[in-house]
Design a protein around this ligand. Structure first.
Ligand SMILES: Nc1ncnc2c1ncn2[C@@H]1O[C@H](COP(=O)(O)OP(=O)(O)OP(=O)(O)O)[C@@H](O)[C@H]1O
Length: 443
């Protein structure tokens, strides 16, 4: 079994692309298959090396591993060899019409109430006419002659799609400058690189009909391939995602502090009836089943991702996160704050609260109470019981309870009304810092 994820390096990966990468990687892992990353960079005008590098970086960040990387730009001779075979059997034919001529023909057909399909005029070109065109300095581009049939296949997600070839224009597969178009290059690669499962977005459904026709024309057995077309992920408003807009790129989510584990878990369960859980890749792979993916297009839901992000962070042990915390942060600090974080970036804030030079807001109305708190502050060493002992003594002195008792202390010591357990934060702050903040807040 061999799968591939085949992005075009024309921008930053977005969550929709990532859905396909995750699906392919989980499927390969679950079934012990080989997983290939193929850069579909035949469009030299839009493909860039830095995007290819960015895609690899984003996939690594997600924790996705692949066995091989292939670039279509390195395989031009393979496409040319395949094209020669198709020329020999008459399935590729040279064309000379300009864009303007084609537009004119399309418009004419539409006016005659005919579908705007290419009329295959160039198929009837005589060798003399061709020689004449070339003598006039024209260089041909090449179309693939589709057969006249309906193509069907069993799709692991979409059931049994049908693509009628007659209403589709014979696709151009080689431009006049010799560059190969995606649909053809992809077929040659899938055959020659031994791909068995093609899992990709629903945007490729009609391509699949055309490509199955090409596969047969190239002498390969279409039954060798299993297809799975996953619905396209929409943005929160139901709009299309694009590599050209940054909003839901992996880069932006990573920058915002989303954990890769949360994102992979979210994408793995998206469009299935299962509740998302923040699980490691290996765990997800054990139960991931492409047949559970629904046929309707899911919408990206940031709230659900954030809820998973919280769960992913809460489950991370210190050893796995220490590199991403301030260098002096300790196990005790992580255990104190992790239950309270939506995003890892907030840990930096709590680190400043615990160990930094933070100035608390003045609470004039609480001045006497805070002065009492200062007077009753126990001597060090401090431990998990210090908060209870200290506030117990304060309760007796002040007669306060609940929020009245704890609220002004929390605000004076952290600047916040909510947050991690004070019992855990207090020993991390130390007596000197706590005393200093109480003095300021009471002033
Ligand atoms: N919104 C989406 N949801 C799910 N899959 C998607 C979405 N958009 C693209 N894909 C899939 O991502 C994979 C990589 O495709 P590709 O790099 O061509 O992405 P693209 O976003 O369509 O790119 P471009 O904007 O450059 O055309 C393909 O399998 C494609 O079907």
């Amino acid at each position: 079994m061999k799968l591939r994820f085949a992005p075009s390096p024309t921008g930053l990966l977005h969550v929709g692309n990532a859905r396909q990468a995750v699906a392919n990687a989980l499927f390969a892992r679950r079934h012990g298959g080989c997983f290939l990353l193929r850069m579909d960079d035949t469009d030299a005008g839009r493909s860039r090396d830095e995007y290819a590098g960015g895609i690899e970086q984003d996939l690594r960040w997600l924790g996705i591993e692949w066995d091989e990387t292939v670039r279509q730009s390195d395989r031009r001779d393979r496409y040319e060899a395949a094209a020669q075979r198709l020329r020999a059997t008459g399935r590729l034919y040279p064309c000379f019409e300009s864009e303007d001529e084609l537009r004119f023909k399309r418009e004419l057909r539409l006016r005659q109430n005919k579908p705007p399909v290419y009329d295959r005029a160039m198929l009837r070109l005589t060798p003399e006419q061709r020689a004449q065109a070339e003598a006039n300095g024209k260089v041909p581009y090449w179309r693939f002659r589709l057969s006249d049939r309906v193509v069907t296949w069993n799709d692991l997600v979409m059931g049994r799609p049908q693509v009628k070839l007659p209403p589709i224009s014979d696709p151009v597969v080689i431009r006049a400058d010799g560059t190969v178009l995606y649909a053809f290059a992809s077929v040659v690669d899938d055959i020659e690189l031994g791909i068995t499962h093609v899992m990709r977005g629903e945007d490729h459904l009609s391509n699949t009909g055309v490509q199955l026709d090409m596969i047969e024309a190239l002498g390969a057995d279409p039954r060798r391939f299993t297809f799975a077309h996953l619905p396209l992920l929409l943005d929160e408003a139901g709009g299309k995602l694009s590599k050209r807009f940054d909003g839901l790129s992996l880069r932006a989510l990573r920058h915002d502090g989303i954990e890769p584990r949360a994102l992979v878990s979210y994408l793995a369960r998206l469009g299935t009836s299962e509740d998302p859980e923040a699980l490691p890749f290996e765990e997800l792979a054990k139960s991931w089943d492409v047949r559970r993916v629904s046929r309707s297009a899911p919408r990206f839901d940031m709230r659900q991702l954030l809820a998973l992000n919280r769960r992913a962070l809460h489950g991370l042990p210190f050893a796995e996160i220490r590199d991403r915390l301030p260098p002096e942060a300790t196990d005790a600090f992580w255990n104190a704050v992790r239950g309270n974080l939506d995003m890892l970036g907030e840990a930096r804030h709590w680190w400043d609260v615990v160990g930094g030079a933070f100035v608390p807001p003045v609470q004039e109305a609480q001045a006497t109470y805070l002065a009492d708190a200062l007077a009753l502050l126990p001597e060090e060493p401090w431990g998990p019981e210090t908060w209870r002992d200290w506030t117990g003594a304060l309760r007796e002195r002040s007669g306060r309870r609940g929020h009245e008792l704890f609220g002004p202390l929390r605000l004076a010591l952290t600047g916040e009304e909510k947050g991690p357990e004070m019992r855990d934060l207090l020993p991390l702050m130390g007596r000197e810092r706590v005393a200093g903040r109480l003095r300021v807040a009471a002033s």
